[in-house]
Design a protein around this ligand. Sequence first.
Ligand code: TRP
Length: 341
Amino acid sequence: MLLYKNEAELRIAAVDTAFRRDVLNGLAARPRSIPARWFYNRTGSELFEAITTLPEYYVTRTERSLLSSAACEIAELTGRGRAIIEFGSGCSTKTPILLSAVRPAAYVPIDVSKEILWASAERISQSFPDLPIYPLEVDFTQPLRLPGPVASTPTLGFFPGSTIGNLLVPQAVDLLRSMAAALGSDSMLLIGVDQVKDADILLPAYNDAQGVTAAFNLNLLRRINAELEGSVPVDAFRHVAYWNDSEARVEMHLEAVRTVQFEVAGRRFAMAKGETIHTENSLKYGPQDARVLLQAGGWSPIADWSDQHGLFSLILAIEGPPPTATCFHRQPGLPWSKGMQ
Ligand code: TRP
């Protein structure tokens, strides 16, 4: 049941302005960088979906299987009848697992990519015909107001895919805090957090053999050319991903393979061979780090689930300080689970 049409048309002009501003400022800055949210036009969202099925990209399949095996426990801890608010819902491929287990009162998918948002909402409404769905086409890093009918319902935020890792720590804390404010007191949050691990596993996930991640990164330049009257020579750039150990993050860049000159929206830019545009960070957290991050963001973790190799974690948290006599729930047998809380 798709119920809510928002003011999508009015927002298109605002998106254009913000894209232009971020690209022009980002190309003029040193080091050059463009915020990752601009990856996700239609082609970008499709390429990202292709990344999620790559053999090297362990994130999506690990998170999905964690979600499937933990779904009943999650439903017990959340109870039924909450509204599920999904941040960066994309194709909503993992959502049905959660919807089936938690039986929410409503579903609010939030994404910046209009086409993907509405197509996914349509698909979910076919599988869950009685579920009220209120898609929100907004940038979830901006302050958020929930649709009227959901505003007084207890909520469960769902923030999968380790998207939190695409923000630097201060921004991640701000986002978690604004999620707590938007979701309200007594809300809960189920968040997927990718773990620190060996570079041999980590790097191929961001530089796959088929070159899908490279195409995804380079698509940003194509989008600039198409939407901002750009003349960026896409073939003069290559995708680069490396592990920045001191910041515990994978960094993605677009590197000029030769000296280049181009225009964007009437402004001229020149880049020397080897210079890069920083396009993405993917921060990785240890299990304790992720819980500390959530606490800094105004959430108290009450349970977590991780795969046997410790690749990825799903954490369930409640808004606010920990309730007295919390019993932290964790599956037994993980090496790092001993002696915790
Ligand atoms: N949240 C995803 C991650 O950090 C986003 C992502 C995966 C991504 N692969 C990418 C972003 C490649 C840019 C390029 O894993």
